[in-house]
Design a protein around this ligand. Structure first.
Ligand code: SAH
Length: 357
């Protein structure tokens, strides 16, 4: 137990996770240590998976002890971990301020993907989304974003190869921290730029800002409807930027970066999944170099009572798109037995106590 006076005396710890090797080396120098010690520490954090200074065996014991008093590695602890029969690992992480976020490890045959959060909660209010129901709390720091991947890497023998920002929150509303995290993953872990996907609800000015950065990352846009009337029924953001304006921004992104845009299309039974919707979508995207990713609704209890379409409805929808030459993929259903859909696990957990496994 610490006394109140001791708590007050305690200096805040320097968070090292999320800093680059150069920044860690500079900080070590500012502490009167040689820069190469910083490089060693960065090596441990990023490439050897260390979660404490104690593990850093090539550092003198005294330095390890001193570091532990002045700095910290990691920004979170695993609050809950669930592993599905298909290998998907979903984690709830508890941050230093007690907030809970979600992240997911998705091992496939040819790659290991992670799905990361960029915000605590979300302000976008999409009516089908579990995260939206809890409202928005705050942006995540670079350290908190980077730490999700480092935590998930502990649960995979294979190296993480792909990163999608499709967890909690709207990445384009935390753009700088999201991009700095990508830079760290690229430079410190060697993940190729083309292996990052940022998914957005469609914040037009931020799509244009991202285009100006001219990075070869994939932009995924949650379109979910071919026209505004339908889209406005469940995505409040569409009142701000209509579908034609959003499409123009996507076209600009493609022209600037040369990267084909992915359009995500969430299928809600009888709301946006009819053959007419498919035909309108095909007409809208005709000639646009893109990929459509169909996502059958993962059940979340909402006032509207959305339903998941049957497989046959999805097949009809898909066939109409493909007939017009649009490339279509369908989100591989994973981790069903562990609530791997957006915000589901956290939502359940905050609502009632869950058993730790
Ligand atoms: N805010 C960003 C990224 C987070 S959501 C965005 O909107 O794109 C990632 C994807 O999951 C989005 O396409 C989102 O619409 C979708 N999604 C949200 N709730 C869902 C649900 N209940 N079932 C299936 N997909 C869902």
């Amino acid at each position: 137990m610490t006394t109140v006076a001791e708590e007050a005396d305690r200096k805040p710890l320097m968070g090292l996770t999320g800093l680059s090797t150069v920044q860690i080396a500079a900080w070590m120098e500012s502490q009167g240590e040689p820069a190469y010690r910083g490089k060693q520490i960065a090596e441990w954090i990023y490439r050897k998976g260390a979660r404490s200074f104690e593990e850093m065996k090539n550092l003198p014991v005294a330095l390890r002890e001193q570091m532990a008093m002045e700095a910290e590695i990691g920004c979170s602890e695993v609050h809950l971990k669930q592993q599905a029969s298909d290998g998907t690992v979903k984690c709830l992480l508890k941050l230093r301020d007690g907030q809970i976020i979600e992240c997911v490890l998705l091992p496939y045959e040819d790659r290991v993907s992670v799905c990361l959060s960029t915000q605590i909660g979300c302000a976008m209010g999409c009516r089908f989304c579990a995260t939206a129901q809890g409202g928005f709390t705050r942006n995540l720091t670079v350290g908190e974003i980077v730490d999700q991947l480092l935590t998930l890497q502990q649960f995979s023998e294979r190296k993480i190869t792909h990163v999608v920002f499709m967890g909690m929150g709207e990445p384009l509303l935390n753009l700088e921290n999201t991009l700095t995290s990508i830079e760290r993953f690229h430079e410190e872990l060697g993940i190729g730029m083309r292996r990052f996907t940022i998914s957005t609800v469609g914040i037009v000015p931020k799509i244009l800002t991202l285009a100006e950065r001219d990075l070869p990352i994939t932009l995924a846009v949650s379109l979910h409807a071919p026209e505004d009337e339908t889209r406005r029924g469940f995505m409040p953001v569409s009142r701000k930027w209509d579908v034609p304006t959003l499409l123009d921004a996507c076209r600009h992104y493609f022209e600037r970066t040369g990267r084909r845009v992915t359009f995500e299309y969430l299928l809600l039974k009888e709301v946006n999944d009819t053959p007419d919707h498919a035909r309108d979508l095909a007409a809208l995207l005709k000639g646009f170099p893109c990929l459509v990713n169909l996502i059958p609704f993962n059940y979340v209890s909402t006032e509207q009572g959305f339903q998941r379409p049957e497989v046959s409805r999805v097949q009809v929808f898909r066939a109409i798109l493909e007939k017009t030459g649009i490339q279509v993929t369908q989100r591989q259903e994973r981790g069903h037995d562990i609530d791997a859909a957006c915000g589901q696990l956290r939502g359940k957990h905050l609502g009632k106590p869950l058993k730790l496994i």
